[in-house]
Design a protein around this ligand. Structure first.
Ligand SMILES: [Zn+2]
Length: 138
């Protein structure tokens, strides 16, 4: 499985730095991209849903298996844990979610009401932050 092939199966893909992308997670009802995709130097594909979906449901959501994320020459060891995002990447995401919360807060301070979509995004930011905190404590 090449990274291009994987990205072509995902929705709302956008670049998020060198060898990194954000996309909508196929495993939950994802309106704004909360799936991080990363291509490592040794050609492994890492995926992480910031809403907390496990990797297996994400790949099966687009008709793939965990083995498809591994470079062609390496086979996926059964029972082995898929690689995780590092803390720096989680921190980037945390900073991003903080911006969203700050924007929403400012809008409320200025007396505007949040739309349902905005409210959903704020709740998503809260759960993403909780997930990041949990992830960092592993
Ligand atoms: Zn998800």
């Amino acid at each position: 499985m090449s990274i291009d092939n994987l990205l072509s199966k995902l929705e709302k893909v956008k670049p998020n730095g060198q060898g990194k992308w954000l996309a909508c997670c196929p495993a939950h009802n994802d309106k704004s991209p909360s799936l991080g995709v990363k291509l490592t130097e040794d050609a492994k594909i890492l995926i992480h849903c910031f809403a907390g979906c496990d990797v297996e449901s994400i790949v099966s959501g687009i008709g793939l298996s965990l083995a498809d994320l591994m470079p062609e020459s390496v086979s996926y060891k059964k029972g082995a844990k898929p690689p995780r995002f590092n803390k720096y990447e989680l921190f980037d995401r945390l900073a991003f979610e903080t911006v969203i919360l700050t924007l929403a807060l400012r809008r409320m301070i200025n007396g505007a009401t949040l739309s349902v979509d905005d409210l959903i995004r704020v709740l998503q930011a809260e759960s993403t932050i909780n997930d990041i905190v949990r992830e960092c404590r592993r």
